[in-house]
Design a protein. Structure first.
Length: 275
């Protein structure tokens, strides 16, 4: 199996696992999705505030169970590429109340910023009590992890559909990434890349959401590297980094509103680069 085909299979598996998880209300993730954030026990002060004990349990196979999950989720082997393997972040089971919290947080975090939004506002917008919020998530940090990981999952599914539609030609597939970015930005990211915006507020590598942010960008570089390998094996690394710079530059220019159609402009530059 070629590295590119392996990547496509892994992405499809992620989509199926997510769909299955939602139907069963049990989150199933794969390790290529995101590197793992900190799995440190719940802070003592948080336990006191929520009157909840930290009942999470971990095994040597990196499975976890907690009071939100009835059975250990499946964690599969991730992509082996330029960044090696990665582990998935700790996730919670999405109960109806937790989904309302996440939906409210997703909107508020993206529109106003992560630090500017407190749990009181999230709880009010979600129509739940703060106790329910903490019972479901444990901390605001975990809400941020869920927000970014959920956004990343939706982006990968969105991109996978367009890569599949592009066929097997590697040049067409590279351009499909830029097409997907243009459509995603217009429909779902009027304020720019959610990961870039989050990184402006979360620069501490010790924050549990930090690996979620950097993990998505590392995954994108892996994707470009595998696509570039099929185009120009001898210079795949340089070509991938150039494509990544075009892609990320377009996201930032779009978010800042520097000039219109940033993703379309980046696509044309990528097309010229590929020849």
């Amino acid at each position: 199996m070629s590295p590119l085909h392996a990547l496509r299979m892994t992405m499809a598996t992620a989509t199926r696992a997510t769909d299955s998880g939602r139907k069963r209300h049990i989150r199933t993730v794969i390790t290529d999705a995101l590197p793992a954030p900190s799995l440190a026990p719940m802070k003592p002060e948080l336990q006191h505030r929520t009157k909840a004990r930290d009942s999470r349990m971990f095994t040597t196979q990196h499975h976890y169970t907690d009071r939100f999950t009835r059975s250990p989720p499946t964690i599969q082997t991730g992509i082996v590429g330029v960044m090696g393997t990665a582990e998935a972040p700790r996730r919670i089971t999405m109960t109806p109340a937790a989904r309302r919290v996440l939906d409210a947080a997703t909107r508020l975090f993206y529109e106003r910023g992560i630090h500017a939004v407190g749990v009181d506002l999230i709880a009010t917008e979600a129509g739940v009590t703060k106790k329910t919020l903490y019972d479901r998530f444990g901390s605001k940090e975990q809400i941020v992890v869920e927000y970014l990981a959920d956004r990343d999952e939706r982006w990968r599914a969105f991109l996978t559909e367009r890569l599949d539609a592009a066929g097997s030609d590697p040049r067409a597939r590279v351009l499909a990434v830029f097409d997907a970015t243009e459509a995603w930005a217009a429909e779902l990211s009027p304020r720019g890349c959610g990961m870039v915006n989050a990184h402006a507020e979360i620069s501490d590598p010790g924050h549990p959401a930090h690996p979620v942010i950097t993990g998505q960008k590392q995954w994108m570089l892996t994707l470009f590297t595998l696509l570039a390998t099929d185009i120009a094996p001898a210079r795949a690394g340089d070509l991938a980094r150039t494509l990544m710079l075009l892609h990320e530059g377009a996201l930032v220019a779009h978010g800042l509103g520097i000039f219109p159609d940033a993703a379309a402009s980046a696509r044309e530059q990528a097309r010229a680069l590929l020849g």
